[in-house]
Design a protein around this ligand. Structure first.
Ligand code: MLT
Length: 342
């Protein structure tokens, strides 16, 4: 079944001197700009668009905006962040695959880049053949969170509750192939329960509905849930990584909470269309490295339970190796689970 998410794009431009909202061409969309000092050498000589294939305000969007400003400063240009939501990130990824290979259209995507080939029979791009990797960005733990008045108090109680109420419990996600969908899939496999899934165009709006009590629970990245967990606006059961997250020290791991099978973290990376000139890719990689070493970025990420990847992983080669390995890993998990998006 294909997600019901509809295509929607919004644009923001980020500047080195601050975030400025612009009225975008599309009704209801805002904008923000990032500029910086010159690096020389022709590229960039116009705005670079960073495509986020999920809603504004969600975890992928948040990480993109964190690095856009220092990257723009290093590149000596402007970066426009554009949200192109739909179908678990595949709409935005497809747009970038078909964009001019000139370095002016860059995709920020996550683990979903590696799961889409197994999930979508009619996928209109091939991750390894149609994209050039630029570098890995971060790997984000996920949390299992519920509306704050949801009855279960612990992960074990949640498992018992969903087993007894499978037809009533709603599980939010950001569409087929989104990280939240994969984590929800692992939860259902681990508990042997089939739940009613509610797809959104990103976990930004899903979390808003969770806080509002419209859905029962979801898996989502700490970059989206940390604020609400700390503020007590959602109930948090566990973090899906082997270690606890420093910024959420009281939250047990899934292993500690009795569901060790549920292990997932969400890696992110930057991509350009395949035929992009190597010297342009190199400039983007160098700018990414500078952004990931920026203390402000490190601090912002730490506050949200994550960190930049080590410098050796912010390279096109390490990123491609990761993508290849993950396509294999997830292809098997998805085939075993028998899930298809279309
Ligand atoms: C996901 O579940 O894949 C993400 O949270 C998507 C997003 O950035 O909204």
């Amino acid at each position: 079944m294909r997600t019901t998410s509809r295509y929607r794009a919004s644009t923001r431009i980020i500047t080195a001197i601050g975030v400025v909202s612009l009225v975008a061409a599309c009704a209801g969309n805002g904008g923000t700009t990032a500029t910086g000092g010159a690096t020389g050498g022709g590229y960039p000589d116009k705005n670079i668009t960073f495509v986020v294939p999920f809603s504004a305000g969600g975890p992928t969007d948040t990480v993109t905006r964190m690095i856009a400003e220092p990257m723009a400063a290093k590149l000596g240009g402007k970066i426009v962040v554009q949200n192109v939501e739909g179908a678990g990130g595949t709409v935005g990824a497809g747009e970038v695959a078909r964009a001019d290979p000139d370095g002016y259209t860059v995709l920020m995507h996550h683990i979903g880049m590696s799961t889409a080939p197994a999930l979508y029979q009619n996928l209109d791009y091939k991750p390894l053949e149609d994209f050039q990797t630029v570098g890995l960005v971060t790997e984000v733990p996920m949390t299992i969170v519920a509306r704050k008045d949801f009855a279960p108090k612990t992960l074990q109680e949640l498992v018992t509750h969903v087993k007894a109420n499978a037809s009533k419990v709603t599980l939010a996600n950001a569409g087929i192939g989104a990280a939240s969908h994969l984590c929800g899939l692992l939860f259902q496999t681990a508990t042997g329960v089939k739940l009613q899934e509610v797809p959104y165009e990103g976990t930004g709006p899903a979390l808003t509905d969770l806080v509002g009590g419209q859905v029962d629970f979801m898996c989502d990245q700490t970059t989206n849930t940390s604020g609400q967990i700390t503020a007590g606006e959602v109930k948090a059961y566990a973090v899906t990584t082997p270690e606890r997250v420093k910024s959420l020290p009281d939250l047990p791991t899934t292993t500690e909470a009795g569901l060790p099978q549920l292990q997932v973290s969400v890696w992110h990376g930057l991509y350009v269309p395949k035929a992009t000139p190597p010297e342009v890719v190199q400039k983007l990689t160098e700018a990414l490295k500078v952004a990931l070493a920026d203390q402000k970025v490190i601090d912002q990420m730490a506050k949200l339970g994550t960190a930049p990847v080590p410098a050796e992983d912010a390279t096109a080669e390490a990123h491609r190796t990761k993508l290849q390995e993950q396509i294999g890993t997830w292809g098997k998990v998805i085939a075993d689970a028998g899930v298809k998006a279309s």
